[in-house]
Design a protein around this ligand. Structure first.
Ligand SMILES: [Zn+2]
Length: 253
């Protein structure tokens, strides 16, 4: 097709049909802007996506913060709930936490454990045992050791399976008062017991667990790892003459 172009009137005339029409002016795209535009469009869509997912996270976090605020202000009798919240939080943070985690001195766990240890000396005991009923808890630590906990849970499952065919045998009882955050499985003879030890052994035990090879020789019943439900007995030889001093410890197991 051929046209006569008139630049004065900005019209074009079709040579064949003599039809006149204005010249369409198409703006030449600014190609230099293309890559920047493309990049910004990509960023915009990426940020929009992130914005949506962050908004979702913000909503979830706000809900969790509100829930925790309610829990934090809840009465002491909600301790079980608090502990279970702490437990799930602990599992999340397990890799970044140290194995021995001190529990702040204001936490009711301190008085609960102090009461438990004071009560864990039978009324029929006399003499030096009286000191056990007045003992004071100076510090409490929670042991975080996922590896040992998994081993424990695995062994517990094994025992459960074995007991289905063989029974649980002798029923093991512990006179220790119950702690409301510990759920025990009676079907596998699970009990809470005490173990007394020197403070310099605590790191080894909390890292690697109880190991008979590390046990002192010449114990009351020969070499072995000893557990008891009596605080005075677990303290024997370790805390007996040291009550009130810091540095030695009990392990609730
Ligand atoms: Zn006693």
């Amino acid at each position: 097709m051929a046209y006569d172009v008139n630049f004065d009137s900005m019209t074009q005339q079709n040579v064949k049909t003599s039809k006149v029409r204005s010249i369409r002016r198409v703006l030449k795209p600014n190609e230099a802007v293309f890559p920047i535009l493309q990049e910004k469009e990509l960023l915009l869509s990426e940020y929009s996506e992130r914005n949506a997912s962050l908004t979702k996270e913000v909503i979830e976090l706000k809900e969790e913060v509100e829930r925790l605020k309610t829990l934090a202000n809840a009465a002491k009798n909600e301790h079980v709930t608090k502990m279970s919240v702490m437990e799930s939080w602990r599992m999340e943070k397990q890799q970044s936490l140290s194995i021995r985690q001190p529990i702040p001195s204001g936490d009711p766990v301190h008085s609960q454990i102090q009461n438990l240890l004071r009560q864990a000396c039978p009324q029929s005991h006399y003499a030096g045992c009286l000191a056990a009923r007045q003992l004071e808890v100076l510090s409490v630590e929670q042991v975080h050791n996922v590896k040992l906990w998994k081993q424990y849970a695995f062994r517990k499952e094994e025992i459960k399976k074995e007991s289905e065919t063989a029974g649980i045998g002798t029923v093991v009882e512990s006179e220790l008062p119950p702690l409301d955050w510990i759920q025990l499985d009676k079907s596998v003879n699970e009990v809470v017991l005490l173990h007394g030890t020197h403070s310099d052994k605590i790191d080894m035990i909390t890292q690697y667990g109880f190991d008979q090879r590390m046990a002192r020789e010449g114990g009351l019943y020969g070499q072995g790892v000893y557990f008891t439900d009596q605080s005075c007995k677990s303290a024997y030889g370790y805390l007996w003459f040291k009550l009130g001093e810091s540095g030695s410890g009990w392990l609730l197991t």
